[in-house]
Design a protein around this ligand. Structure first.
Ligand SMILES: Nc1ncnc2c1ncn2[C@@H]1O[C@H](COP(=O)(O)OP(=O)(O)OP(=O)(O)O)[C@@H](O)[C@H]1O
Ligand SMILES: [Mg+2]
Length: 263
């Protein structure tokens, strides 16, 4: 898998005039990577992810997955949003099964995949529950299982833990790293939470404030445990704090530059 975003720009036309949301964004992601893009509010993070997902069109530039241009949504790209997007009238298992049915996958195979991915997200015993009977963290785990069940080449996540309380968020981050290790899925996650990005990523793209463009790329080298995933103790390391401070400073600088330009 090779995702390439080249010279991507997006302008929105509004009653007040044109809004430049993204300008000449360049990035790439390779098989099995966990990459985060961080940026301030309004830096075009969701716009970027929506363009990659094929939910909107760029003004200029190009997005390709394995050299094939993105021209709309496709099952090679799975999406998890910040707000819960489960079908409220379907139970957990049926939510996970939904996309597989659409793809015309035979029943026996669907069953197998649903039980595998429910196990991956630790929700086997809740398979018959309706979404309203789940906590926020559990709902997001269902949304992750639903996206993974379609076995996309890349999982796109837009602030998936943004609506969760701090404790749930931390356990979901750990959980996501375990899922990533177990399934080998390639992940591109968008967040404004620098600590989250440093904890999860192998690489980080830092976006400037509006219009968003890649300001800097970081390779994150932090130790992993025997299972090949990071655990919480890395947050206490001085390397972790150095990455966090550097990226936070970059975001702060780019927001100030933006204010000076506007002012
Ligand atoms: N459909 C739209 N029409 C007009 N302007 C839009 C549209 N979508 C986004 N924008 C504008 O583009 C800019 C980037 O928005 P976007 O939602 O991508 O930012 P974001 O980084 O995801 O912000 P947040 O952290 O708040 O989620 C903002 O100024 C926003 O107002
Ligand atoms: Mg957003």
């Amino acid at each position: 898998m090779h995702l390439e975003v080249a010279n991507l720009s997006k302008e929105f036309t509004t009653k007040e005039g044109n809004v430049s949301a993204l300008k000449n964004v360049n990035l790439h992601i390779e098989t099995g990577e966990f990459v985060c893009t961080v940026g301030a509010s309004g830096s075009g993070k969701s716009t970027l992810l929506r363009l990659i997902a094929g939910l909107d069109y760029p003004t200029s530039g190009k997005i390709t997955v394995d050299q094939v241009p993105v021209i709309g949504p496709g099952r090679d790209r799975g999406m998890v949003f910040q707000r819960y997007t489960l079908y409220p009238w379907l139970n957990v298992a049926k939510n996970v099964e939904f996309g597989l049915k659409l793809q015309g996958i035979p029943k026996a195979q669907r069953r197998e995949r649903v039980s595998y991915y429910l196990d991956v997200v630790g929700l086997t015993q809740f398979r018959k529950n309706l979404p309203k009977a789940l906590s926020g963290g559990m709902k997001q785990r269902v949304a992750i299982a639903r996206a993974l069940a379609c076995e996309p080449k890349i999982l796109l996540m837009d602030e998936p833990f943004g609506a969760l309380d701090v404790q749930t968020k931390e356990s979901m981050q750990q959980f996501l790293l375990e899922v990533w290790r177990r399934t080998g899925t390639t992940i591109l996650m968008i967040t404004h939470d620098v600590e989250e990005a440093v904890f999860l990523s192998q690489r980080i793209y830092v976006l400037t404030a509006r219009p968003g463009t890649v300001k800097q790329e970081f390779q994150i080298n932090l130790p992993e445990n025997e299972q090949g995933a990071r655990s919480y103790h890395v947050k206490t390391l001085s390397d972790f704090q150095r990455y966090r401070e550097k990226i936070t400073q970059l975001l702060r600088d780019s927001t100030v530059e933006q204010e000076v330009m506007v002012g």
